[in-house]
Write a protein that binds this ligand. Sequence first.
Ligand code: ADP
Length: 159
Amino acid sequence: MKIAIYPGSFDPITKGHLDILKTAAEIFDKVIIAVAKNPDKTGFLPVDIRVKLIKDSVKDLENVEVDSFEGLTINYARERNATVLIRGLRAVSDFEYEMQLSQANSALADEVKTVFLTTKPKYNFISSSTIKEIFLNNGDISKFVPEPVNEYLQNSYKC
Ligand code: ADP
């Protein structure tokens, strides 16, 4: 059984993330999408809300589990018996950082391989930070995020 971890901040999850996740779920037996807790950063949404919004957005994906973790991704991968890390690539600008990260991870845990995936072009430009910017300036984010995220932000997150 090939288990893959899709780690990230998912603050909040977007249709870009979801597209990557769906592709990963077609390739691997099981995919664990895991919110990385960063003790130095509070972020936009609390981690438990991010996890809940992901759960509500992936209900139809049977081989996907939602979780959160703290510490090194490779330690979490080992704990969960995962041998693959999924990362998404949007543009050349992502490449350098993602390349370094994957090389650092493989130096620490050679058995855990990073697989890079890309989205459909229509989701390529979407990032959590763009979504936050649009939302906080009263723009319409419904095209860019799964419905549970749009609903949550419209109803509960007013600043
Ligand atoms: P992180 O803080 O770990 O970068 P993110 O939630 O921003 O977490 O992103 C998680 C992963 O998803 C990263 O590999 C990122 O490049 C990828 N990703 C995010 N948005 C997109 C997108 N629109 N298309 C492709 N990959 C994406």
